[in-house]
Design a binder for this molecule. Sequence first.
Ligand SMILES: Cc1cc2nc3c(=O)[nH]c(=O)nc-3n(C[C@H](O)[C@H](O)[C@H](O)COP(=O)(O)OP(=O)(O)OC[C@H]3O[C@@H](n4cnc5c(N)ncnc54)[C@H](O)[C@@H]3O)c2cc1C
Length: 385
Amino acid sequence: MDADIIVIGASPAGVMAARNASAQGCKVILLDKKVDVGVPTHPANTFFKGMFNRTGEEVDQSYVIKNLKGAYIIAPSGKNVIFEGDAYFLDRKKFDEFYVKQAKDAGADVRFGIEVLNVLRTDDGFIVSTSKGKIKCKLVIVSDGINSRIAALLGMKPIKHNQDIAWSLEAEIEAEGIGEPDYFEYYVGNHAPGWKSTYSPCGGNRATLGMYVRRHGTDVSDFFDAWLEKFKELKGLDDVKIISKSTGGDPIVAIPGDLVADGVMIVGGSAAQSGIGYGMHAGQMCGDVAADAISKDNTSKKFLSEYRKRWNTAYRAEYYLGRFAMEALRKMTDKEIDGMMEVFEGEDLKVLSGSPFNQALQVSRMILKNNPSSILSYRAIFRNK
Ligand SMILES: Cc1cc2nc3c(=O)[nH]c(=O)nc-3n(C[C@H](O)[C@H](O)[C@H](O)COP(=O)(O)OP(=O)(O)OC[C@H]3O[C@@H](n4cnc5c(N)ncnc54)[C@H](O)[C@@H]3O)c2cc1C
């Protein structure tokens, strides 16, 4: 064997899996087809402390470009609610370098510029065929992102509700003072079917604008162009310079499917574990269970299912509740979204705490207090749309 574990893809989840398994004494090789860490840079570059805290890691200011105070969620009418809480705009390349260094320091052998072409089972493990030769290992962790090819090659279906991946276009923009505000702005409504458009200030004259759309194909450029015009109008800007654009898929409303098979674990966007923080946390769980499997010489699906169990305990209810809310949002009219927003106007959303069910109960109380008829807008979930 060349390694105990091969991790395919240096996503935030894959890097954490490699770090945790290496730290527990496993011989780990992490492979990524990118030419180098963070090259090209992934467009995901923001998160909230509340979400990142789930990883148990501390945010390190060395990779933060701008500290923000939270986010406005803005309805079609302009009514809005504020989520107060520490949030960050990241230098994503530095962020990736920071955690790849941790994986290396823990002993992982991290290799960029290597594409995995195939994974073949053998009697005692796997042969991983790459653009630079074959490598043998006992266990494979697949973390190759939203368009995972490797999971399919292994006969696994790690994403349920594939049709609900939010396809997106994000642009870095420049305009006078555009980076100054201290809050992200997320706009919901039928201009961004199924999810949102975004404005994320990152200091000075720089910001990003994003458009995330579900069930309208993978090319969302028309939606983005309309959003750019609306944004200029909203902010009274004559011109906005586009510096760069990137596209991709965010599995925010999809649900993890197969996470394990004999000798295989899937983690991160390739298993619908959307979001940097949630992906990293799942990667930690995956790496811990993988290390245990190697030390006990048991890489059976049954043994590896401990990773699924841990993930289910931490996130399953949250993901299903999130999916319910996002599906209702996708089917609501702009008028219904406006009515729903009235429920939260003026409420301190920091008080929402506890399990997903507790939070749902707290929201129900707000609905009854502020706009009981808005509950009817959730009927949208039954619409065939
Ligand atoms: C435009 C956009 C903006 C987003 N913004 C945010 C955000 O601000 N905050 C947030 O929390 N989430 C955001 N998301 C969601 C976020 O992308 C993901 O949740 C997160 O980055 C998880 O990454 P991933 O697991 O999908 O894998 P990726 O980060 O895509 O990593 C997969 C890695 O696998 C490598 N790879 C793929 N195939 C192979 C192969 N065959 N051989 C070797 N290597 C391979 C790739 O090179 C890549 O490095 C955004 C998504 C998009 C599309």
